[in-house]
Design a protein around this ligand. Structure first.
Ligand code: SF4
Length: 220
């Protein structure tokens, strides 16, 4: 359905759904996910390719009303790459104003400087195994606070070694939480857990809880 709303106040939405947060600091909490259409990257392991093109336009008021209908405290704005739509910044602000605990999942390729300070930003660092490591926006790193999280999806032992060196090179460990996730089906989770222990890395291992519970299906 295409709503009649001012272009300055609308976003193309792929889906809005209700689930348990599967990753990062809010893992396990009942959360409403607002998935925006579109992404300029093409990571080889992408599990949301269905969000690259499909979606309808919705005004911000209608989006906030839909989110409110689930009566959940947590809201996660995700994609695709949500910041590829400039009105995402307005949506984040409006969700914070409405009293939600808001997080943003972003690829690390876009400027995060203008994201509302109340939002917890979960920023990817793309490893070589993703095929998109040239897109990492290093200027973002100095903007990170303890509220934010940097997420590495590890596809191989080479990716792990690269990530360890990258943390040191950019002095990231003290800026915010560092999350290491195994790329789903590409490495065994236990291998990544063992590497972290053997190397004594102070990073947080995580599995995608929603995939453990429901498998790799959209809308969960
Ligand atoms: S940034 Fe995210 S949505 Fe975009 S291609 Fe990579 S994994 Fe998929």
């Amino acid at each position: 359905m295409i709503e009649r709303s001012d272009k300055s106040d609308r976003l193309r939405i792929n889906e809005i759904f209700h689930s348990l947060q599967g990753e990062a600091d809010a893992v396990g909490f009942r959360t409403v996910f607002v998935r925006l259409t579109g992404c300029p990257l093409r990571c080889q392991y992408c599990d949301t390719e269905y969000a690259f093109h499909a979606g309808d336009w919705h005004g911000i008021d209608a989006i906030v009303d839909t989110v409110r209908g689930y009566a959940a405290k947590h809201v996660c704005v995700t994609g695709g790459e949500p910041l590829a739509q400039p009105n995402c910044l307005k949506l984040l602000e409006r969700l914070c104003d409405a009293g939600f605990d808001v997080s943003l999942e972003t690829s690390g390729a876009m400027n995060i400087a203008d994201v509302d300070a109340r939002v917890a930003r979960v920023v990817d660092v793309k490893t070589p195994g993703s095929g998109e490591s040239a897109r990492n926006r290093i200027e973002n790193f100095t903007l990170l606070t303890r509220r934010d999280q940097l997420k590495f999806v590890i596809c191989s032992r080479e990716d792990f070694d690269w990530s360890k060196a990258y943390l040191e090179e950019h002095e990231l460990a003290d800026r915010c939480s560092i999350l290491f996730s195994p790329s789903y089906t590409q490495i065994a989770p236990t291998d990544l857990a063992e590497w972290i222990l053997a190397e004594r890395l102070d990073v947080r291992f995580q599995l995608q809880l929603h995939k453990v519970l429901w498998g790799d299906v959209p809308g969960k």
